[in-house]
Design a binder for this molecule. Structure first.
Ligand code: ATP
Length: 458
């Protein structure tokens, strides 16, 4: 049973150090959030799981990490300068501004039915580059990571000798000046994307499109977002982005409603074609603006016939922040225990848990216990599983409750028995709440085994 409300999630995220409003001490900024001590771990774990599945566990994908500031011409020829906009309306009464397709014919702020005609509002952020800001030396903050994958196509192909089908994957920040950011980290102005551009031979594109929709649903399942909480939306022809022949959105039941978690688009040969010089010889599937600035042909040449072919592109594009929200929502539950009390638990899949284990000394002022606990923490940290926390606050009951709430799968308690008795520790399991005693020396092997069991690694 996922969280019943966004408020419950927002409150947990703030209280326990997952996500904070950006610039809050100065009143905050709309549509910007900062990830705290546990949020950064969760987000990194989600990105690492994506990278493992999309790059390491495949033999047909290469990685890339390109710059955020993007050449103006890149976003000119990609079509973003001309068309990457949302319809903006103003309320003539209260002056509020809205995205026309997000509201009815009435201002949500004051209720007036006095709205201007919608006009396109470009969502890209511009910034001056270099010491002279005369309005001509500017770059865009990329609105999607994809474009740098296209503009680096030649370099990747030349340096890796790849031929379709193959992909280039990238995770990184993207920026959109959303008219009305809202719903916590769902719609923000600065976010991260996990994007794969998968290049295929024209004619095989529809099969690959189906393949990637299915592969991505399976991946979300492994992150704890079950298939029956997802819905596929085939985007209507008149709502497709300018580059797309077909798009299937993977929709998730967020606390505020059914909305897009990831889009899987068939971008055809549009992007590589648009960024190529000498387009006439390329037999592109649709008209693109003639490119007088590019110095490269982003196509594959047949070694025998010497003919050039522009691959089609299938693009699964997922939002990291929307992913974090979905994963948190699915993991959140409030359980009623046998004694009638309640506990909040984040039942995150093991590989996503921000803390892999907490080492808890039963007494904070007992040298032997503290030393043993610190030494165990240091040893476990070296296993490479992720963050192990040395717990320095609260009593044991409170520590267990706190770790349930932030999803720590295992707690290890060091007590007098450990240092003066039979040398065992208490190993407590988040989900079953069972406690067992195991020898101190066996803890590293037990942890390793636990984290290799779910098949995802830590
Ligand atoms: P929407 O229709 O919700 O504005 P979109 O169709 O514009 O989204 P895409 O351009 O397909 O989104 O971007 C790919 C992914 O990037 C989305 O599926 C989403 O997960 C993420 N994303 C896009 N815009 C935002 C945003 N403003 N805040 C957070 N994530 C975003």
């Amino acid at each position: 049973m996922p969280a019943q409300s966004m408020e419950a999630l927002v409150s947990l995220c703030k209280r326990r150090g997952f996500i904070f409003q950006s610039g809050e001490i100065y009143g905050g900024m709309q549509g910007l959030y900062d990830y705290g001590p546990l949020g950064v771990e969760l987000k990194n774990n989600l990105k690492a799981a994506w990278w493992r599945a999309m790059v390491y566990e495949r033999d047909d994908v290469e990685g890339l990490d390109a710059s955020i500031l993007t050449h103006r011409k890149t976003l000119k020829y990609s079509g973003h300068e001309a068309t990457f906009s949302d319809p903006l309306v103003d309320c003539r009464q209260c002056k509020a501004r809205w995205r026309a397709d997000h509201i009815e014919d009435q201002c949500p702020a004051c209720g007036a039915k006095d709205l201007t005609e919608p006009r396109p509002f470009n969502l890209m952020f511009k910034t001056a580059v270099g010491p002279v800001d005369d309005g001509t030396n500017f770059a865009y903050m990329r609105p999607e990571t994809a474009q740098a994958i296209f503009t680096n196509f030649r370099h990747v192909v030349d340096s890796t000798a790849r031929r379709p089908p193959f992909g280039i994957a990238q995770i990184g920040k993207a920026f959109r000046n959303e008219i009305t950011p809202r719903n916590f980290i769902f719609r923000v102005r600065e976010f991260e994307q996990m994007e794969l551009e998968f290049f295929v031979t024209p004619g095989t594109d529809e099969d690959w499109h189906r393949y990637w929709v299915e592969a991505r649903i399976a991946w979300w399942e492994a992150q704890g977002v079950p298939r029956d909480r997802l819905e596929l939306l085939v985007v209507e022809a008149d709502e497709l982005a300018h580059y797309s022949k077909a798009t299937t959105d993977i929709m998730y039941r967020f606390p505020h409603g059914l909305e897009e978690l990831e889009g899987v688009a068939n971008r055809t040969d549009f992007d590589l074609g648009s960024h190529s010089k000498d387009q006439e010889g390329l037999a592109l599937s649709a008209a693109v603006e003639p490119n007088t600035d590019s110095n490269a042909r982003l196509a594959i040449q047949d070694p025998d016939s010497k003919a050039w072919q522009v691959p089609y592109v299938i693009e699964p594009s997922a939002g990291v922040d929307r992913g974090v929200l979905a994963v948190l929502n699915e993991a959140y539950r409030v359980e009623t225990l046998d004694n009638g009390s309640e506990r909040t638990v984040l039942a995150l899949p093991r590989h996503l848990a921000p803390l892999k284990a907490a080492v808890i000394p039963l007494k904070k002022n007992h040298d032997g216990i503290v030393e043993t606990a610190r030494a165990l923490k240091a040893r476990l940290q070296k296993l490479g599983l992720g963050r192990i926390l040395y717990e320095h606050t609260g009593n044991i009951g409170k520590a267990y409750r706190r770790h349930d709430e932030v999803g720590t799968p295992l707690c290890i308690t060091i007590d007098f028995e450990t240092i003066e008795g039979d040398g065992t520790v208490t190993l407590r399991d988040r989900d079953s709440m069972t406690q067992q005693r195991i020898p101190l020396a066996e803890v590293p092997a037990a942890l390793k085994a636990y984290y290799s069991e779910d098949g995802e690694g830590a």
